[in-house]
Design a protein around this ligand. Structure first.
Ligand SMILES: [Zn+2]
Ligand SMILES: [Zn+2]
Length: 249
Protein backbone atom coordinates (compact mmCIF):
# COMPACT_ATOMS: atom_id res chain seq x y z
CA UNK A 1 0.00 0.00 0.00
CA UNK A 2 1.43 3.35 -1.02
CA UNK A 3 0.31 6.90 -0.17
CA UNK A 4 0.99 9.78 -2.56
CA UNK A 5 0.35 13.24 -1.16
CA UNK A 6 -1.14 15.31 -3.97
CA UNK A 7 -2.03 18.33 -1.88
CA UNK A 8 -0.78 19.20 1.60
CA UNK A 9 -2.45 22.60 1.70
CA UNK A 10 -5.85 24.18 2.26
CA UNK A 11 -8.36 26.55 0.66
CA UNK A 12 -5.74 29.33 0.62
CA UNK A 13 -3.87 29.47 -2.70
CA UNK A 14 -0.23 28.51 -2.33
CA UNK A 15 2.52 27.73 -4.83
CA UNK A 16 3.97 25.30 -2.29
CA UNK A 17 0.91 23.39 -1.15
CA UNK A 18 -2.04 22.38 -3.30
CA UNK A 19 -5.54 21.91 -1.85
CA UNK A 20 -6.14 18.51 -0.18
CA UNK A 21 -5.87 15.34 -2.21
CA UNK A 22 -4.28 11.96 -1.47
CA UNK A 23 -3.77 8.93 -3.68
CA UNK A 24 -3.73 5.43 -2.19
CA UNK A 25 -2.28 2.72 -4.40
CA UNK A 26 -3.04 -0.78 -3.23
CA UNK A 27 -2.80 -4.01 -5.22
CA UNK A 28 -3.28 -2.26 -8.56
CA UNK A 29 -6.15 -0.11 -7.32
CA UNK A 30 -6.03 3.68 -7.24
CA UNK A 31 -8.12 5.48 -4.69
CA UNK A 32 -8.44 9.17 -3.97
CA UNK A 33 -9.08 10.65 -0.57
CA UNK A 34 -10.41 14.16 -1.13
CA UNK A 35 -10.26 15.94 -4.41
CA UNK A 36 -9.59 19.64 -3.84
CA UNK A 37 -8.95 22.12 -6.62
CA UNK A 38 -5.86 21.22 -8.62
CA UNK A 39 -5.92 17.52 -7.69
CA UNK A 40 -6.17 16.39 -11.34
CA UNK A 41 -3.10 18.43 -12.26
CA UNK A 42 -1.24 17.12 -9.20
CA UNK A 43 -1.99 13.56 -10.36
CA UNK A 44 -0.34 14.40 -13.69
CA UNK A 45 2.66 15.91 -11.89
CA UNK A 46 2.94 12.71 -9.82
CA UNK A 47 3.05 10.68 -13.04
CA UNK A 48 -0.35 9.12 -12.38
CA UNK A 49 -3.58 9.32 -14.35
CA UNK A 50 -7.08 10.44 -13.49
CA UNK A 51 -8.25 7.54 -15.69
CA UNK A 52 -7.01 4.98 -13.17
CA UNK A 53 -9.06 6.23 -10.21
CA UNK A 54 -11.61 3.65 -9.06
CA UNK A 55 -13.03 5.32 -5.97
CA UNK A 56 -13.04 8.80 -4.46
CA UNK A 57 -13.54 9.15 -0.70
CA UNK A 58 -14.62 12.66 0.33
CA UNK A 59 -14.05 13.63 3.98
CA UNK A 60 -16.45 16.57 3.78
CA UNK A 61 -18.04 18.99 1.38
CA UNK A 62 -15.87 22.08 1.87
CA UNK A 63 -14.64 23.34 -1.51
CA UNK A 64 -10.94 22.67 -0.76
CA UNK A 65 -11.82 18.95 -0.43
CA UNK A 66 -14.34 18.45 -3.24
CA UNK A 67 -13.76 21.09 -5.95
CA UNK A 68 -12.04 18.81 -8.48
CA UNK A 69 -14.66 16.07 -8.30
CA UNK A 70 -16.68 17.64 -11.13
CA UNK A 71 -13.56 18.18 -13.33
CA UNK A 72 -12.60 14.53 -12.68
CA UNK A 73 -15.97 13.23 -13.88
CA UNK A 74 -15.94 15.72 -16.77
CA UNK A 75 -12.47 14.56 -17.89
CA UNK A 76 -13.52 10.89 -17.69
CA UNK A 77 -16.51 11.65 -19.92
CA UNK A 78 -14.84 13.99 -22.41
CA UNK A 79 -11.32 12.63 -23.07
CA UNK A 80 -10.95 11.96 -26.83
CA UNK A 81 -10.19 8.38 -27.90
CA UNK A 82 -10.95 7.12 -24.40
CA UNK A 83 -14.03 5.27 -23.24
CA UNK A 84 -14.26 4.51 -19.56
CA UNK A 85 -16.08 1.28 -18.80
CA UNK A 86 -15.45 0.71 -15.12
CA UNK A 87 -17.70 2.48 -12.63
CA UNK A 88 -16.48 5.44 -10.62
CA UNK A 89 -17.39 5.16 -6.96
CA UNK A 90 -17.88 8.19 -4.75
CA UNK A 91 -17.99 7.70 -0.98
CA UNK A 92 -19.00 10.46 1.40
CA UNK A 93 -21.71 11.97 3.57
CA UNK A 94 -25.28 12.42 2.36
CA UNK A 95 -24.29 16.01 1.56
CA UNK A 96 -21.80 14.67 -1.01
CA UNK A 97 -24.73 12.75 -2.55
CA UNK A 98 -26.73 15.96 -2.67
CA UNK A 99 -23.77 17.76 -4.26
CA UNK A 100 -23.62 15.09 -6.96
CA UNK A 101 -27.34 15.31 -7.69
CA UNK A 102 -27.76 19.04 -7.30
CA UNK A 103 -24.53 20.45 -8.73
CA UNK A 104 -22.63 17.90 -10.78
CA UNK A 105 -25.61 16.32 -12.55
CA UNK A 106 -27.04 19.82 -12.91
CA UNK A 107 -24.12 20.76 -15.16
CA UNK A 108 -22.88 17.47 -16.65
CA UNK A 109 -24.81 14.90 -18.62
CA UNK A 110 -24.56 11.51 -16.95
CA UNK A 111 -22.03 9.34 -18.78
CA UNK A 112 -23.29 6.60 -21.12
CA UNK A 113 -20.32 4.23 -20.96
CA UNK A 114 -19.82 4.03 -17.17
CA UNK A 115 -21.77 4.56 -14.00
CA UNK A 116 -20.99 6.94 -11.16
CA UNK A 117 -22.10 5.17 -8.01
CA UNK A 118 -22.56 6.98 -4.72
CA UNK A 119 -22.11 5.28 -1.34
CA UNK A 120 -23.11 7.07 1.84
CA UNK A 121 -20.42 6.66 4.47
CA UNK A 122 -21.31 4.56 7.50
CA UNK A 123 -19.46 2.87 10.36
CA UNK A 124 -17.69 0.00 8.55
CA UNK A 125 -17.58 -0.62 4.80
CA UNK A 126 -15.68 -2.94 2.48
CA UNK A 127 -14.17 -1.49 -0.71
CA UNK A 128 -12.05 -3.59 -3.05
CA UNK A 129 -9.52 -5.24 -0.69
CA UNK A 130 -9.85 -2.55 1.95
CA UNK A 131 -11.95 -2.07 5.03
CA UNK A 132 -13.04 1.50 5.72
CA UNK A 133 -13.92 2.71 9.19
CA UNK A 134 -15.12 6.25 9.75
CA UNK A 135 -15.81 8.65 12.58
CA UNK A 136 -17.63 11.95 12.59
CA UNK A 137 -15.25 14.82 13.35
CA UNK A 138 -15.71 18.17 15.07
CA UNK A 139 -15.42 20.45 12.04
CA UNK A 140 -18.55 20.74 9.92
CA UNK A 141 -22.00 19.20 9.74
CA UNK A 142 -20.78 16.43 7.42
CA UNK A 143 -17.08 15.97 8.24
CA UNK A 144 -15.59 12.50 8.68
CA UNK A 145 -12.22 10.93 9.43
CA UNK A 146 -11.40 7.74 7.52
CA UNK A 147 -9.40 4.71 8.53
CA UNK A 148 -8.35 2.24 5.82
CA UNK A 149 -7.15 -1.23 6.74
CA UNK A 150 -5.48 -3.68 4.42
CA UNK A 151 -3.77 -6.92 5.38
CA UNK A 152 -2.95 -5.74 8.89
CA UNK A 153 -1.82 -2.26 7.86
CA UNK A 154 -3.74 0.88 8.69
CA UNK A 155 -3.84 4.40 7.32
CA UNK A 156 -5.94 7.16 8.89
CA UNK A 157 -6.94 10.56 7.53
CA UNK A 158 -8.41 12.96 10.05
CA UNK A 159 -9.95 15.07 7.29
CA UNK A 160 -10.61 18.47 8.83
CA UNK A 161 -11.03 17.86 12.53
CA UNK A 162 -10.71 19.19 16.04
CA UNK A 163 -9.66 17.06 18.99
CA UNK A 164 -12.18 14.43 20.10
CA UNK A 165 -12.07 11.08 21.85
CA UNK A 166 -13.75 9.39 18.90
CA UNK A 167 -10.94 10.65 16.65
CA UNK A 168 -8.32 9.20 19.00
CA UNK A 169 -10.23 5.93 19.01
CA UNK A 170 -10.29 5.77 15.20
CA UNK A 171 -6.52 6.41 15.12
CA UNK A 172 -5.66 3.66 17.63
CA UNK A 173 -2.47 1.85 16.65
CA UNK A 174 -2.45 3.29 13.09
CA UNK A 175 0.68 2.75 11.01
CA UNK A 176 0.22 6.11 9.38
CA UNK A 177 -1.88 9.10 10.44
CA UNK A 178 -2.36 12.00 8.03
CA UNK A 179 -3.58 14.81 10.25
CA UNK A 180 -5.18 18.20 9.79
CA UNK A 181 -2.48 20.51 11.16
CA UNK A 182 -3.95 23.82 10.07
CA UNK A 183 -1.92 26.32 12.12
CA UNK A 184 0.22 26.57 15.25
CA UNK A 185 -1.50 26.73 18.62
CA UNK A 186 -1.12 30.55 18.83
CA UNK A 187 -3.48 30.81 15.85
CA UNK A 188 -5.85 28.04 17.01
CA UNK A 189 -9.33 28.11 15.53
CA UNK A 190 -12.13 25.80 16.58
CA UNK A 191 -12.66 22.92 14.15
CA UNK A 192 -9.02 22.33 13.24
CA UNK A 193 -6.08 20.63 14.93
CA UNK A 194 -2.81 22.36 15.79
CA UNK A 195 0.63 20.67 15.81
CA UNK A 196 0.33 20.26 19.58
CA UNK A 197 -3.09 18.61 19.26
CA UNK A 198 -1.92 16.38 16.39
CA UNK A 199 0.84 15.23 18.75
CA UNK A 200 -1.65 14.57 21.53
CA UNK A 201 -3.91 12.51 19.23
CA UNK A 202 -0.92 10.53 17.88
CA UNK A 203 0.43 9.94 21.36
CA UNK A 204 -2.88 8.87 22.92
CA UNK A 205 -3.65 6.62 19.94
CA UNK A 206 -0.18 5.05 19.79
CA UNK A 207 0.32 5.96 16.12
CA UNK A 208 3.54 4.81 14.46
CA UNK A 209 4.08 7.61 11.95
CA UNK A 210 2.35 11.01 12.04
CA UNK A 211 2.18 13.17 8.93
CA UNK A 212 1.21 16.79 9.46
CA UNK A 213 -0.83 18.07 6.53
CA UNK A 214 -3.59 20.58 5.63
CA UNK A 215 -1.10 23.33 6.46
CA UNK A 216 -2.15 26.95 6.05
CA UNK A 217 0.54 29.40 4.98
CA UNK A 218 1.61 31.30 8.12
CA UNK A 219 4.74 33.08 9.34
CA UNK A 220 5.68 29.92 11.27
CA UNK A 221 8.38 27.68 9.79
CA UNK A 222 8.15 23.92 9.31
CA UNK A 223 10.78 23.60 12.04
CA UNK A 224 8.60 25.50 14.52
CA UNK A 225 5.56 23.37 13.63
CA UNK A 226 7.60 20.21 14.09
CA UNK A 227 8.98 21.41 17.45
CA UNK A 228 5.48 22.14 18.76
CA UNK A 229 4.30 18.66 17.77
CA UNK A 230 7.39 16.92 19.18
CA UNK A 231 6.60 18.21 22.65
CA UNK A 232 3.55 15.91 22.69
CA UNK A 233 4.59 12.97 20.53
CA UNK A 234 7.92 11.17 20.52
CA UNK A 235 7.19 8.89 17.55
CA UNK A 236 8.04 9.53 13.92
CA UNK A 237 6.69 12.84 12.56
CA UNK A 238 6.83 14.17 9.00
CA UNK A 239 5.61 17.40 7.49
CA UNK A 240 3.63 16.65 4.35
CA UNK A 241 4.98 17.92 1.04
CA UNK A 242 3.16 17.83 -2.26
CA UNK A 243 4.10 14.77 -4.34
CA UNK A 244 5.68 13.01 -1.36
CA UNK A 245 5.30 9.21 -1.59
CA UNK A 246 5.20 6.91 1.43
CA UNK A 247 5.25 3.11 1.32
CA UNK A 248 3.21 1.39 3.99
CA UNK A 249 4.21 -2.14 3.20
ZN1 LIG B 1 -9.96 21.93 4.59
ZN1 LIG C 1 -13.19 21.97 6.02
Amino acid sequence: MKLVILGSGTCVPSLKRNAPGYLIEVEGLNLLVDCGSGTLLQLEKAGRSYRDIETVFITHCHPDHISDLMPLIHALIATPEYTRKKPLRIVGSSLVGEYLDGCIWGLLKRPDSFSVDFYRVEGKMEFHHLTLYSAKTLHSEDSFAFRFEHKGHSLVFTGDADYSESLVELCTGADLLVADCSYPHELKRKGHLTPRECGIVASQAGVKHLILSHLYPTKYSDKEILEECKREFNGRISIAEDLMEIDLI
